[in-house]
Design a protein around this ligand. Structure first.
Ligand SMILES: *Cc1c(COP(=O)(O)O)cnc(C)c1O
Length: 223
């Protein structure tokens, strides 16, 4: 049996103050989340709308739920009531859909823009071109239902730590550029979500403010 509480305290010890530890609980049963909750964890992330909608009501109200999976526009409506942060905004169209629906639900939805800086052909996140197109002409007034809090990204899936570091440094530069430029007037643009079980040490060294850890807390996922 996975000792979630022991794993959590081991992981938490590697996360410096000022960096938020997000427990990625996708595919794990509610009991595992409850163990982490009882050990003090309050921020969890799910990657599927249905799973989030099922788990959130089964666990305490003071949990902060993040959404980190690819989000189809037709699932936005069911995610917004549960999520405090949608980390995986991968298109202008999705950002617009979230804004429109959040306004309808009377909420300002915090989001991160997910950008793909990896070299491995993975499909998650906006291409650098789409990201540039969205952020260069960005006008917050076009998206009244959202508040862009920062960026999320993943490194190339590789054992080569130099490549991972290069990717995280690229994310950090994008983040710094936006913070000094497009979002200079929004103090809440403060979140750089990067780093997972295997590479969070590198991400933290590169300036991550939020790490997303699944396997090192809950053990292997069963798909
Ligand atoms: C699953 C997932 C994680 C967690 O990965 P682990 O290697 O299990 O820590 C982090 N971020 C995203 C976007 C994920 O989909």
């Amino acid at each position: 049996m996975t000792d979630v509480a022991a794993n959590l305290s081991r992981v938490a010890a590697t996360v410096p103050e000022g960096v938020t530890l997000v427990a990625v609980s996708k595919f794990h049963p509610v009991e595992a989340l409850r163990s982490a909750y009882d050990a003090g964890q309050r921020v969890f992330a799910e990657s599927r709308a249905q799973e989030l909608a099922a788990k959130a009501p089964a666990l305490p109200d003071d949990i902060e739920w993040h959404f980190i999976g690819h989000l189809q526009t037709n699932k936005v409506r069911s995610v917004i009531p549960h999520a405090s942060l949608i980390q995986s905004v991968d298109s202008a169209r999705l950002l617009e859909a979230i804004s429109t629906e959040a306004v309808k639900q009377g909420k300002i939805m915090d989001v991160l823009l997910e950008v793909n800086v990896s070299a491995d052909g993975s499909k998650t996140g906006m291409s650098p071109e789409d990201f540039a197109a969205l952020t260069e002409g960005f006008d917050a007034g076009d998206y009244p239902g959202v508040r862009v809090r920062g960026l999320m990204g993943m490194a190339t899936f590789t054992d080569d730590r130099a490549v991972v570091r290069r990717d995280f440094e690229a994310l950090r530069r994008l983040f710094d550029d936006l913070r000094a430029g497009t979002f200079a007037a929004s103090p809440c643009f403060d979140t750089l979500s990067m780093g997972m079980s295997d590479d969070r040490d590198i991400a933290i060294a590169c300036g991550s403010t939020m790490v997303r850890v699944g396997t090192d807390i809950f053990g292997q996922r069963e798909y």
